[in-house]
Design a protein around this ligand. Structure first.
Ligand code: FCB
Length: 439
């Protein structure tokens, strides 16, 4: 049976932590938090299932930090909610929000955990819808001001900071595939936001550094693309998939350019003089985060807009999301980053984990053995990369708690800890206990 004894084989300075995000756990009904584009999307598209209460981490944060500590983790990755800090407009601060993150950071520090805050994990204040959200480059500039505020207010309380979580989800998934807020299906909107979200990252680098000597990183989600067969058409289609999903962001950040095969399709929608923005986007950063979950099987499909592929799932073992177990992908991307992008940059796995249909059994336990296996398989791949000399420095399990899984609402459970959404009681699963045992 799987266990996590592999944790003991990692170098002693390797950081193990857990990850969460504001909208998914805090509960925006509490503390005078403002609404985000997810509240709008939930109303329009998810039968109103939103993050109003979520895990009520706003009230239970002390218990949550204690659980992190007691498992033996050394770091906590969380995100600031922009609408909690600035619910109404960009200038009017919500003091309750400001105080909340002070309390949270104090609690993290008094438990000797290292904070890994993210500035943006998808809860864009709802007012930005009026100006087109990430389709408008003004949003990028306003993000840089918000980043500056965070650094000014809390910058002496954390070292590492993530600008943006998963630019692909914010742009392509939300503006082309329409599956996340704001739910558009429009290539033009997608391309603009793919550029503007990177610009937001680039502009925030200076605005953070002007306040503190931070360790700045960005978190990219990588998904492995596997052509369905050896047919040249499917191989070509996989190249475009990879260029849009993965390389678009890494090429811009590390090489200051966009992959040509994607540009060929996007050209008509690119802002004028995007090349000069790329100089800002590719400013040097201190570390890179990879979120990794699965692969996609790619088949060619000709569409009018020039997108020539379709994504499928294969026949490997799957999680409750229908995502296949494909641990080889994680080492593929670590190697690729190291070999093709930047040999020196410290790499963190900032998210990895699985949704499981967890139930409390008659003994009152949650036996999430598949999740333990999933972690074990991915950790094995990571360890091999470290043993080859690649500077992988940390691993964050997604997620501390079962939480609001975006367009899937509360049905998908990713937590090491089970959530009872009625009374907010938290119950560690076997996977939590495995981390605890071996950390
Ligand atoms: C990632 C997100 C995170 C969570 C996991 C399952 O794409 O960053 O918020 O939803 O997927």
């Amino acid at each position: 049976m799987s266990n996590l004894s592999i944790l003991q084989d990692f170098p002693s300075d390797f950081t193990f932590g857990v990850a969460t995000s504001s909208y998914q756990i805090e509960g925006n009904a509490y503390g005078n938090c403002g609404k985000s584009i997810w509240d709008d999307f939930a109303q329009r598209r998810l039968n109103g299932i939103d993050g109003k209460k979520a895990c009520n981490h706003y009230s239970f944060f002390k218990e949550d930090i204690k659980l992190i500590k007691e498992a033996g983790f050394k770091a906590y990755r969380f995100s600031f909610a922009w609408p909690r800090l600035f619910p109404e407009n960009d200038n009017q601060i919500n003091q309750d929000g400001v105080d909340f993150y002070h309390r949270l950071l104090d609690e993290i520090s008094s438990n000797d955990l290292e904070p890994f805050p993210t500035l943006y994990h998808w809860d864009l204040p709802i007012r930005f819808l009026e100006i087109g959200g990430w389709e408008n480059r003004d949003t990028s500039k306003r993000f840089a001001e918000y980043a500056n505020f965070i650094s000014k207010s809390y910058g002496d309380l954390f070292k590492s900071v993530t600008t943006i979580n998963e630019p692909w989800c914010i742009s392509w998934l939300s503006h082309y595939l329409g599956e996340h807020a704001p739910g558009k299906k429009d290539l033009n909107a997608a391309v603009r936001s793919m550029h503007n979200i990177l610009l937001a990252h680039g502009l925030s680098i200076d605005s953070l550094r002007s306040e503190h000597n931070h360790q700045i990183g960005i978190v990219l989600n990588n998904e492995f693309g596997e052509p369905i067969d050896h047919d040249e058409k499917n191989i070509q289609a996989t190249s475009l998939f990879d260029a849009i999903y993965n390389r678009w962001f890494a090429d811009a950040i590390f090489k200051g350019k966009y992959p040509q095969i994607a540009l060929n399709v996007f050209e008509a929608f690119m802002p004028q003089d995007f090349q000069s923005d790329l100089k800002i986007i590719s400013k040097s950063i201190d570390w890179i985060g990879i979120n990794y979950y699965t692969r996609s099987v790619i088949k060619s499909k000709i569409m009018e807009d020039g997108i020539n592929y379709d994504c499928h799932r294969g026949s490997l073992k799957t999680t409750d999301m229908g995502w296949e177990f494909y641990p080889q992908g994680i080492s593929y991307f670590i190697n690729r980053l190291h070999e093709e992008y930047n040999e020196k940059i410290p790499i963190y796995i900032t998210e990895n984990g699985m949704a499981n249909n967890d139930e409390i059994n008659s003994k009152g336990e949650i036996e999430d053995f598949d999740r333990i296996e999933y972690f074990q398989l991915h950790l094995q791949e990571i360890l091999e990369c470290i043993n080859k000399g690649i500077p992988v420095k940390g691993y964050f399990a997604w997620s501390l708690l079962d939480n609001y899984e975006w367009s899937f609402g509360y049905d998908k459970r990713f937590g090491l800890i089970h959530m009872n959404y009625e009374d907010f009681s938290r119950k560690p699963k076997q996977s939590y206990k495995q981390f605890q045992k071996y950390l």
